[in-house]
Design a protein. Structure first.
Length: 131
C-alpha cells in the first residue's frame, strides 16, 4: 500500500525495497512493483510452485541480479531500461522473451533457422503463430 502511494505521489508512501528478498513461490499476481527495488531478489519457483508475477507491473523496477527462473511472467510488464538487464531467467522465459522481441523486429532481423526453431517451442505457441 505504501509503495502504491509512492508510485502515485513521490512525496507520500515509500518505495518498495525488496532487494535480496526471498520471494520464491510468492503470489504477486497483478502487483504494482513499478520502480520497486528488486535488486538480487529471489523470484524463483519454490517446492514446485513458481513465483506468480502474472500481470505484475515491473516497469522501471531494478531487477539487476534478481532470479526469475521458473517465474510466471505472462502478461507482466518488464522494464526496458538498464535496471531491467542482468536478471536470471530459465530457458522457458528466455524463449518467450526472444519470441516477442523477434516478432516485434521481423522487418529488421531475420532469425536463422536454429533460432526460429528454438523460439517456436515457447510455451504459448499454438495461441500465437510460429515465426
Amino acid at each position: 500500500a505504501n509503495h502504491d502511494k509512492w508510485v502515485s505521489d513521490l512525496t507520500t508512501g515509500a518505495k518498495a525495497d525488496l532487494s535480496g528478498a526471498d520471494l520464491s513461490g510468492a503470489d504477486l499476481t497483478g502487483a504494482n512493483l513499478r520502480r520497486a527495488n528488486l535488486h538480487g531478489a529471489d523470484l524463483t519457483g519454490a517446492n514446485l510452485r513458481r513465483a506468480n508475477l502474472r500481470r505484475a507491473d515491473l516497469s522501471e523496477a531494478d531487477l539487476y541480479g534478481a532470479d526469475l527462473s521458473g517465474a510466471d511472467l505472462d502478461f507482466a510488464a518488464l522494464p526496458l531500461w538498464c535496471g531491467g538487464l542482468g536478471f536470471k531467467l530459465d530457458e522457458r522465459l528466455a524463449k518467450q522473451i526472444m519470441y516477442h522481441a523477434l516478432s516485434l523486429c521481423h522487418e529488421h532481423v531475420v532469425p536463422d533457422a536454429a533460432l526460429r526453431e528454438w523460439v517456436n517451442t515457447f510455451h504459448r505457441v499454438g495461441e500465437v503463430p510460429k515465426l
